[in-house]
Write a protein that binds this ligand. Structure first.
Ligand code: GLN
Ligand code: ZN
Length: 752
């Protein structure tokens, strides 16, 4: 029998119940008991829903209150000593969010997704002991509800490969034997509890592996395959490539592969899979388009022909964590648009339909196949998707459209004349606190309870207030605060043609933080200015320079669900042209500084080194296309909130922004070494305030970070700013910390 399988289901809930519960818990409004109940209810609902959809392999332990990598760290007992004394959820939340005494652990993006995990920290002193055993508890919890599940674990080699050593010379993989002790115990406990299968995720198998990783995978699965449960080894986010032989040599009972990103690997897998079960990841777990079931069925039938029905599973390409929960909640969409889409709940149906058809022919799921064929035909022909004017303009872009008039040295000198700024100029990244008051007003406006004029008056008042506060703090380059924006991508998505919005299409980004990605479904253009009104209003309130604030083309692309019917590079160029029009309009309106955020440039980086140059080439071009329309005197800033630049510095330099602000505070400025070694020529603002943590750094801490920065980067190129925008913080901590930041900048000015 061909089995329908799933690798993971979104845990936030269709109504973001988990977010609400977590935030209430953190505020002390609900207790641990109530939070636990919300989690249990979500798990129960998700299991039942998967069973009802006809999924035979249902995941358990895919739930987490914050992050599954963090949960693995806790399961292994690998809690950094600064959090000792805490246990369970309190430990998890302290590790993820920090406390006044203990800075949070690092957080970074999970492979090439916009999901963030908490980076495990290892030292020579780290000891591993099974703690909590949530995989077992979760399996038993489902079983008590009459649902047999396949527990999911993050693989030991992936966990170690993602960990960061805090002891010099410590290779995380050298700790594999101790880590395997714990996995061994977990698998044996699952075996004893009756689990026939476990799913172990080793997405590092789609990256370029080091020899040590290769050896670790062989050692790990030689051992874990003897612990009892059959192992479905899951790989996703790309093809196995040159790791295919390795994957097929591991002594596991099943292998899951991503056939959406890498359809061509099916043929070699079928000849090398041996007697294993092959799980075909045919339904896109990273995107929201209705699947081309007919196309997928060809692949499934080939597998069934070679392996027989009993050794084939049909699955999403990866966990459904990365797509919204349920299209049925989108009551506002027209029928045509809806027919193009599929969210997690619908993808379960697609998986089941495909498994049914692979077993018994497409008539077994005739309705699903007819709907899929119709959607494909309508997307190919719809005039709402295809705009000849946009296609023509994108085709006519030339090399000069990507170049500023003069080189950086000339520009920065001209900017210095028209835009006098002190040494160590202070600024912020754009957003200021999105208070309950602002969210309430926005919701009231959306629902029509607050009229357009009243809402605008309210936003103007908030913006004016924000500008006054920045002036009082003594900041040099101001921002308007982004109060009119719900989200840095959504705001632009709502104003671009070729993009639409869901009402409830939330996806977890980290912890309780969710994003609602726009859907880029067609050719993109800008029918009217998007930010000029607010930017001019803000500039009119102050003598000081105001930064125009835009989101860059790569980030809009990267944080959206993108059409899969043309190359991403083509879509990105169309967005670049739309932003270029906005940049030109901002300059015309008198803004002398324009920031184009490219927070997501790095996460678009292909996982395989061989594919990176091509991506960086088109991504950097799209940014330059957007930025290069201005005069030398206009200063272009960009912002990136992550702290790994080593491998992309040439591309960062090629973007040629006059100023770049980056996340740096958690790295103690170490990352600036790479900028120094590369001789990065333009100006840099390394973040000196970790805005992800409620901790308030004092002026001395921040001055110390600036001194560290000034040892690596010439002082006349440094800016002073937080790691990222301040929308998630509260006003009191913002004002205190920014006053410390200004004080730190003054201290440095006095020293040099
Ligand atoms: N300008 C945006 C803000 O300040 C940038 C956010 C980001 O980089 N994630 O919120
Ligand atoms: Zn940022």
């Amino acid at each position: 029998m061909v089995k329908a399988a799933n690798l993971g289901f979104p845990r936030i809930g269709a109504r973001r119940e988990l977010k609400t519960a977590l935030e209430s818990y953190w505020k002390g409004e609900i207790g641990a008991e109530a939070l636990a109940q919300t989690g249990a209810a979500l798990r129960a609902r998700n299991w039942a829903r998967q069973r009802d959809a006809g999924i035979a392999r249902i995941p358990s332990n895919d739930f987490s209150f914050y992050d599954q990598v963090l949960d693995t760290t806790l399961m292994l007992g690998a809690v950094p000593p600064r959090f000792s004394g805490l246990s369970g959820l309190d430990a998890a939340f302290a590790m993820a969010r920090g406390t006044q005494d203990a800075p949070a652990m690092e957080m970074t993006k999970w492979f090439d997704t916009n999901y963030h995990y908490i980076v495990p920290e290892l030292t020579a002193q780290t000891r591993f002991t099974l703690t909590g055993n949530t995989p077992l508890l979760s399996y038993q919890e489902a079983r008590a509800q009459g649902i047999e599940t396949r527990p999911v674990l993050i693989g030991p080699v992936t966990w170690l490969a993602l960990a960061k050593a805090r002891t010099d010379g410590l290779a995380p993989l050298s700790l594999l034997p101790q880590v395997l002790e714990v996995y061994d115990a977990v698998l044996r406990s699952l075996d004893a509890a009756g689990a026939e299968w476990v799913q172990i995720d080793e997405p590092i198998l789609v990256r370029d592996l080091t020899q040590a990783e290769d050896a670790a995978l062989r050692a790990a699965y030689a051992r874990l395959s003897r612990c009892g449960p059959k192992i479905m080894l899951a790989t996703y986010f790309g093809g196995l490539g040159d790791n295919l032989e390795l994957a097929c040599a591991l002594p596991v009972a099943g292998l899951h592969v991503d056939l959406v990103r890498a359809p061509d690997q099916l043929a070699p897998l079928l000849s090398r899979i041996g007697d294993r079960t092959l799980s075909l990841g045919l339904i896109d777990g990273r995107n929201i388009w209705r699947a081309d079931l007919s196309g997928a069925l060809h692949a499934a039938e080939r597998a069934v022909t070679v392996l027989g029905p009993d050794r084939v599973e049909i699955a999403p390409s990866c966990s459904l964590l990365h797509v919204p929960v349920d299209l049925d909640r989108e009551t506002g969409l027209d029928d045509e648009t809806r027919s193009w889409l599929s969210f997690a709940a619908q993808k379960l149906d697609e998986v089941a339909a495909l498994a049914g058809a692979a077993q018994a022919g497409r008539q077994a799921a005739a309705e699903a196949f007819a709907a899929a064929d119709a959607a494909k035909a309508s997307r190919a022909a719809s005039p709402r998707i295809h705009d000849p004017a946009v296609k023509a303009r994108a085709a006519a872009v030339t090399e000069t459209d990507h170049r500023r008039h003069s080189p950086f040295a000339t520009r920065i000198a001209r900017q210095g004349q028209t835009l006098p700024l002190p040494a160590f100029p202070t600024t912020t990244i754009g957003s200021f606190p999105q208070t309950a008051e602002i969210r309430t007003a926005r919701a009231a406006h959306r629902k029509g309870q607050m009229g357009d004029d009243a809402y605008r008056d309210f936003l103007e008042e908030r913006t004016r207030d924000c500008i006054r506060r920045q002036e009082a703090l003594g900041l040099d380059v101001l921002v308007h605060g982004e109060f009119e924006r719900n989200d840095m991508v959504e705001y632009f998505g709502e104003r671009l043609s070729g993009v639409f919005f869901t009402a409830n299409g939330w996806v977890q980004s980290y912890g309780s933080r969710c994003v609602k990605p726009p859907v880029i479904f067609g050719d993109v253009s800008r029918p009217a200015p998007m930010t000029v009104g607010w930017a001019s209003f803000a500039q009119a309130q102050t003598e000081r320079p105001m930064k125009g604030m835009l989101t860059g083309p790569v980030t809009i692309l990267q944080w959206s669900f993108v059409r899969d019917d043309q190359p991403r590079a083509d879509t990105c160029r169309q967005i670049g042209l739309a932003i270029r029009d906005e940049v030109a309009d901002l300059e015309r309106a008198g803004l002398r500084i324009i920031q184009i955020d490219e927070a997501a440039l790095r996460e678009g980086l292909p996982l395989r080194r061989a594919e990176r140059a091509e991506y960086l080439d088109w991504a950097v071009k799209a940014f330059r296309l957007a930025a290069s329309v201005v005069a030398d005197e206009t200063q272009i800033h960009t912002h990136m909130c992550y702290s790994e630049f080593n491998d992309i510095l040439p591309a960062i330099a090629a973007m040629d922004a006059d100023v770049i602000s980056i996340e740096a505070s958690r790295s103690d400025m170490d990352l600036l070494e790479a900028f120094r070694d590369f001789d990065y020529p333009n100006q840099i603002g390394p973040g000196i305030w970790d805005i992800h943590s409620p901790r308030v750094p004092d002026a001395a801490d921040m001055a110390e970070l600036l001194r560290a920065a000034a040892r690596l980067i010439p002082a006349d190129r440094l800016w002073v700013n937080p790691d990222c925008g301040l929308k998630t913080r509260g006003w009191p901590e913002v004002e205190t910390t920014l006053s410390h930041m200004v004080e730190a900048a003054k201290a440095l000015r006095a020293e040099t």
